[in-house]
Design a protein around this ligand. Sequence first.
Ligand code: TYM
Length: 332
Amino acid sequence: MANIVVSGIRPTGNLHLGNYFGALKSFVRMQEENECFFFIADYHSLTTHPTPGDLHGNVKTVLVEFLACGLDPEKATLYIQSDLPETAELYLLLNMNAYIGELERCTSFKDKIRTQPQNVNAGLLTYPTLMAADIIIHKAHKVPVGKDQEQHLEMTRTFANRFNRIYNVEYFPEPVAYNFGENLVKIPGLDGSLKMSKSDNETSAIFLADAPEVIRKKIMRAVTDTGQPDPSKPRSQGVENLFSLMRYFSDAFTLETFKSAYATGQIRYGDMKKQLAEDVIRFTTPFREKMLALAADESYLSKVARMGAEKAHASAAKTVREVREIIGFKHF
Ligand code: TYM
């Protein structure tokens, strides 16, 4: 039996290289042999963007980027989370069996208390139950995500198992975080941070849609270290990050050349950055070109979204109907 694969990405702007290597690349590969549901998590985006300037525009951006990266609406179901209100019902039902203590202990919630103390909303607290609803509404087995989502998947398993236990059924499978062919990944930022992220710092992330001159500028400004490179000391985080990025974009010979230049103390970070920038540009250019063409084709985009919503609805409505029966709701 084919695996059921489900995953989503929040529409908070353009997608960056972390989103691509952590998730999208796996989506594209997995659509070939699995039953896939990939969605744009616009409900989730309201937890951090309560008054979004351009919610619809951001959803459109991500849809365009999904397609430009190679997702095929004939192979995978591509939909917008808010086109599937069944998710909201399952979320409500799962919340009845989710405990405040476990939600408060979630790392992403604790991070948000720190980063947006002015808006610690209930949506942030129950973010993991909404995510669990997204996943188990299609009875998923595999969830392609980056390393930062591991704990959310752990909680999804907890909620799925708890449902099975409370109602004494074997209904929901146990979904696992997954990356096609590799371990879960975390792409580092250009600002020396461990995770490329657009919310921390605009200069941390390279977007798939960035023009070549923007990519060059961002990479040339990337954090390295100060003073002469000293091979006897461990590499600074900034330098380590440049090497990590090179592993994704540059060929083996180039990577080895810069590694040995570091080992002999002769590395010039400016040269390394120039090379990395050209390699990243070579990688992103075909995507950017496709995005420009797709963004102009409104009628195709709305056809894709409608088709996805219909297919997702068929799967989700069945689950919600069965869940209602299991819990014991009955019509008079
Ligand atoms: P989001 O929108 O923050 O990120 C989307 C995907 O990109 C991955 N990612 C990264 N991977 C590697 N390195 C990075 N620097 C990096 N930055 C982001 C994320 O791990 C994620 O896979 N909660 C989710 C959205 C969501 C979801 C779901 C995912 C909602 N419901 C159900 C899976 C299943 C999120 O905020 O991802």
